[in-house]
Design a binder for this molecule. Structure first.
Ligand code: SAH
Length: 241
């Protein structure tokens, strides 16, 4: 199991976050995937304030209680919003560049990989937003993910996670599919990012529909609740032990 923090020269998003924090603007953060055409991630969006967050994310903030762990916190937008509400929050990210920016923004943050067991703690809420299921990477890592949640959650604790059902990308109006359904789960994507000359390694990123998430939750001793649906196949789930 790789439990690596990102080196600066392999961390395009972290570089973009640092540039945006220091200068107020950043270049193009390019996103490549074998499954999709080249895309771009707007860096300013990583610095969104609560007013600019999608409804699902604001609902997630409303549902936070107790000590919160913001996983894959990026520039720290949710941690900052929670702090402004007086919530006790810790952020983690595998990008030391992003963690440095979060610290400068006043967020208590740790450079750590969620799957690295040397990172420990006891939280009432684990928050994973902006397709938070992505960090799980692949369906086969669900047992490992739930194992980590058991380690990190206090009794009665909850995970709040958003994702999207990517079926709308692959399913035609007549119900046929553009992909081989035997090839694996359609929400398992591979991404690679580039910022200026800095290119990251390819990584796995999981989009998961609610029923599949609920199935894996149950198989691993958790219960999934559908808290809210967004406007476009996206949803917010709560996972309880
Ligand atoms: N949640 C933030 C950022 C989303 S981008 C927001 O909504 O704006 C996803 C972030 O997850 C990136 O900053 C990436 O470095 C981090 N990440 C990816 N894998 C991770 C892991 N295994 N552990 C912790 N953070 C991870």
């Amino acid at each position: 199991m790789e439990t690596k923090l990102l080196a600066e020269g392999k961390d395009p998003m972290g570089q973009a976050i640092r540039d945006y924090f220091e200068t107020g603007h950043a270049g193009r953060l390019r996103v490549f995937s074998p499954q999709f055409d080249e895309d771009e991630l707007p860096v300013a969006a990583l610095f969104r304030t609560e007013e600019r967050m999608p409804k699902l994310e604001r609902t997630a903030l409303d549902l936070c209680r107790g000590r919160v762990l913001d996983v894959g916190a990026g520039a720290g937008c949710h941690s900052l919003a929670l702090q402004q509400r007086g919530v006790d929050v810790t952020a983690i990210d595998i990008s030391p560049l992003s963690v440095e920016v979060m610290r400068q923004r006043g967020v208590e943050s740790v450079a750590a990989d969620l799957f690295d067991e040397t990172f420990s703690g006891c939280y009432d809420t684990v928050l994973m937003l902006m397709n938070g299921s992505g960090i799980i990477g692949r369906l086969e890592r669900m047992p490992l993910f739930f194992h980590r949640m058991k380690q990190l959650l206090a009794a009665g604790g909850q995970v709040l996670m958003d994702s999207s059902d990517l079926r709308y990308v692959f399913e035609n109006e007549d119900g046929s599919w553009d992909i081989d359904l035997n090839a694996g789960y359609y929400g398992e994507l591979e991404y690679q990012m580039q910022y200026q000359k800095v290119k990251g390694e390819p990584f796995d990123w999981l989009y998961v529909d609610f029923d599949t998430l609920a199935f894996h939750a149950q198989a691993n001793g958790f219960r999934a609740e559908l808290m809210e649906e967004g406007g476009h196949y996206d949803y917010l789930a709560r996972l309880l032990c």
